[in-house]
Design a protein around this ligand. Sequence first.
Ligand code: NAD
Length: 404
Amino acid sequence: MQKIKNEKVLLLENINQKAVDMLKKAGFKNIELLPSAIPEEELMKKIEDVAILGVRSRTWLKKDLFKKAKNLKAIGCFIVGVNKVDLEEAEKTGIPVFHGPFSSTRSVAELTIAFTLSLFRKIHEKNLGAHAGQWLKKVDGQEIREKTIGIIGFSNIGSQVGLMAEALGMNVVFYDVANVLPLGNAKRKSTIKGVLKEADVITLHVPSLPSTQGMINDETISQMKDGALLINTSRGDIVDDKAVCKALKSGKLGGFATDVYIKEPKSPTEELKTPYAKYPNALLTPHIGGSTAEAQTGIAKEVANKLIDFITTGKTADAINFPKIMLPPHQNTSRFLHIHKNSPGILAKINSVFEKQGINIASQFLNTSKNIGYVVTDIESGKTEKILKELKAIPQTIKCYFLS
Ligand code: NAD
């Protein structure tokens, strides 16, 4: 995008240095990297001249912010979940939002395998005991070989758990509402009950949706084997905590490992309050699924690449809130990006700007959503400043850019 080196990039919440290096290499010189989130009022002031904003999980980007963000071109969420961003408002103001859904998946899958091994061998219980000076040596562990792992949600994370579990000698059964590929020797079950009644350990890899919240409850626990083990690395609200506590107490569940909670502390200084804490057969970690060096550099690369692609080519194929356009890099042509309110006749108005100048369009790409339209036009030559001015003057224009 024009004058990229003067564009302000604001990266909050200690985003990995790799992203800074990549943005610098792409031409951005004015990058501010802050070690934490900042108060809402401060962000409202700062946002006015920011072109690229990077956040992680602690920053809310609400409707009011977009009214102030006059210069904002794109947002990078250096995490998987984007529930703190008003995605529709971002779209309506012409701002694509990018995130990193893939980079932490291996780390979460590995944590799930670590949980599986610990639950079968009661490592967490022995560890608690040893710290208290107890010598809990008895034959109460089991090998995971030839046990059955039941995976609910068999996509990015669930399928990797399946492959690793299989490599460790486990049988794999899964349930997914979508028609996903049964990788390896995993056996698909047509109902969740089919998984619950067969599995020795059940692991959850579904998003938090009205249809998944509370999916592990008194009824579904009653369908599990006696002494079954349960793992949750997805979201706290997918399990009914009262039902799980009851089952841990009665022994219906032999163990439970969770990385996620219905209410999670907002900072390391806040206390974790969870009903699971009083059960020694509950293995509790503080939402560390993606907290590995590899996941963090991976996310930095994944999201920075998407931001750079948009800024240099206009590509929105990876945006989560925007009409998707996959674009080849433009060579020997000039490229205009036009984002407008979705109403009939805009394409004709855009093309009449080029026609009036006697300019031949080399290629054009268009996609729309309910709210907006996005048109990318490549031309061989022409008076770019004049064209840009006229494109911006189209009344339905939200944003318009010229890429050299
Ligand atoms: P994904 O979107 O790739 O896969 C989710 C799968 O769940 C999809 O295949 C979908 O069809 C399936 N699904 C949806 N509703 C279902 C239902 N009712 N029953 C069965 N299957 C259903 O997600 P992913 O990348 O594998 O991540 C899974 C979850 O892990 C995420 O939603 C996120 O909440 C969580 N996560 C946690 C951490 C962590 O730090 N602990 C890190 C990353 C992701």
